[in-house]
Design a protein around this ligand. Structure first.
Ligand code: GDP
Ligand code: MG
Length: 163
């Protein structure tokens, strides 16, 4: 059985784009509008020979239930239950938001190893947000551009000790 790695983050940070990169197929729906990933999607991912089951989530995207416990109940908590590691993605262009910090705090309380991913880090606009990630207490952010495929292979170094 492959190790399970769950991709977590607030809407629109690029979780599904990263999922598609890792799985190498367009299994996840990518959209400019938050909340388009209605279901959890899973696929076999390969990263420099490291094989795992990647899970794309949308657990913070239910706007009908705005309370944090409600959002946690939605998919993400279920996904994380038997996960071997989590990739916590934030938007390096937008910088950290209160929701990123809420999710980070929740993740720090879980028993799962977390790899912090600063996505959309390409170009000058993505640079300052990389530094902000250090404040989350989840280790060094791995800067990537899921859209352009940059830095994705660097996730290997942070992830491979855990799975
Ligand atoms: P999700 O809601 O977290 O699953 O985010 P999506 O994968 O659906 O992406 C949301 C938006 O961000 C889409 O318009 C993507 O094209 C865009 N996006 C994803 N990755 C990157 C990236 O590395 N750089 C930039 N500039 N945009 C990205
Ligand atoms: Mg998505």
């Amino acid at each position: 059985k492959l190790p399970k790695v769950v991709i977590i983050g607030r809407p629109n940070v690029g979780k599904s784009t990263l999922f598609n990169r890792l799985v190498g197929k367009r299994l996840a729906l990518v959209d400019d509008q938050p909340g388009v990933t209605r279901d959890r999607r899973m696929g076999e991912a390969g990263l420099r020979g490291l094989e795992f089951e990647a899970v794309d989530t949308a657990g913070w995207e239910n706007e009908d239930d705005a309370s944090l416990p409600g959002r946690m109940r939605a998919q993400t908590q279920v996904s994380l239950k038997d996960a071997d590691a989590a990739l916590f993605v934030y938007d390096s262009r937008a910088g950290l938001t209160p929701l990123d910090e809420e999710i980070a705090q929740w993740l720090r309380e879980q028993q799962v190893p977390v790899v912090l991913i600063a996505n959309k880090a390409e170009g000058n606009a993505g640079q300052s947000g990389i530094l902000e990630g250090y404040a989350l207490g989840l280790g060094d952010p791995v800067p990537i551009s899921a859209e352009h495929g940059e830095g994705v292979a660097d996730i290997y170094n942070a992830l491979s000790p855990h799975i």
